[in-house]
Design a binder for this molecule. Structure first.
Ligand code: FE
Length: 288
């Protein structure tokens, strides 16, 4: 565990909008909350989706996500609690456990399954979809699992604990660095009474999602199970988050691609033609 001196900001971003998310189910019947829906893809470019899942009832998760394809983007699964086994058509297999991350670049195509490896207990975490730039949508697929102990963590003087999954924060580099979209992905634990600041490039789109307690950003309170979209102001050089009670949240930011987004289920491309091609390639076994 590192200690880090946090930046003093000139000006913090503010919350532009609070989002509740939509209860839904996906895969073979997994109950989840879609926090970042299709309607927010343009505003939160390069992010395409955020699902939050959390349940201690196995009926909500046990069926998992049997074989399904992806093309044209990256998926980032962060498991707060629980165990999930994944297998893909390239022969990769891995087990994601408490506090672990799986980063997958679907690129030109992956077919995989994500199946819980537990029959009881809590399963809680997030899946984020990060877009790929046009010239990398058909890249070779890639994936990596990172066990919890591989994820860099730091603590501030106010005892805020920060896990750096991607990007860098207050001088601490995360376990993943990605070009072009330069994603930042932090898991932040604030004790009651603490505040926390980190730098954010002004033009990067950013949001927080609170999963325990509540936080304050400027004049706005963000309760648990709410996303707060952080406004982009040219003079704001980061965000300051305060907590009057113990709170946990994720903070995600990235550089927008400003390219057309055409989605059909698990395929996200730039044009309708590329979507038809993806469907055709999948149906004809060209993802293998
Ligand atoms: Fe998947």
């Amino acid at each position: 565990m590192n200690t880090a001196t946090q930046i003093t900001l000139r000006q913090s971003r503010n919350i532009e909008r609070l989002v509740e998310g939509v209860a839904t189910s996906d895969g073979a019947g997994v109950t989840l909350t879609r926090v970042l829906t299709g309607k927010l893809q343009r505003r939160l470019d390069p992010f395409l989706m955020l699902d939050a899942f959390g349940s201690e009832d196995p009926d909500d998760y046990i069926a998992g996500f049997p074989d399904h394809p992806h093309r044209g983007f990256e998926t980032v699964t962060y498991m707060l609690a629980g165990r999930m086994r994944h297998r893909d058509n390239a022969g990769h297999e891995g087990l994601l456990g408490d506090g672990g991350v799986q980063w997958m670049v679907a690129g030109r195509g992956v077919i995989h399954s994500e199946i819980p490896e537990q029959e009881h207990g809590v399963m809680e975490g997030f899946q984020l979809w990060l877009n790929l730039p046009a010239q990398r949508k058909m890249a070779e697929p890639w994936y990596q699992d990172y066990a919890s102990e591989k994820i860099p963590e730091y603590t501030t003087a106010e005892n805020v604990t920060v896990r750096v999954i991607a990007g860098s924060s207050n001088g601490v580099a995360g376990v993943v660095a990605r070009e072009v979209t330069e994603p930042l992905y932090l898991d932040i634990h604030l004790p009651a009474g603490a505040s926390f600041s980190t730098a954010l490039p002004a033009m990067h789109n950013a949001f927080v999602y609170v999963y325990r307690g509540a936080v304050q950003v400027g004049d706005t309170r963000v309760d648990a199970k709410r996303m707060g979209i952080l406004g982009n102001a040219p003079e704001a050089d980061g965000v300051t988050i305060a907590a009057s009670e113990d709170a946990r949240l994720i903070l995600i930011a990235g550089k927008p691609l400003n390219e057309p987004i055409v989605q059909y289920g698990p395929f996200v491309m730039n044009t309708e033609l590329e979507i038809h091609q993806a469907i055709d390639d999948f149906r004809n076994g060209r993802f293998a």
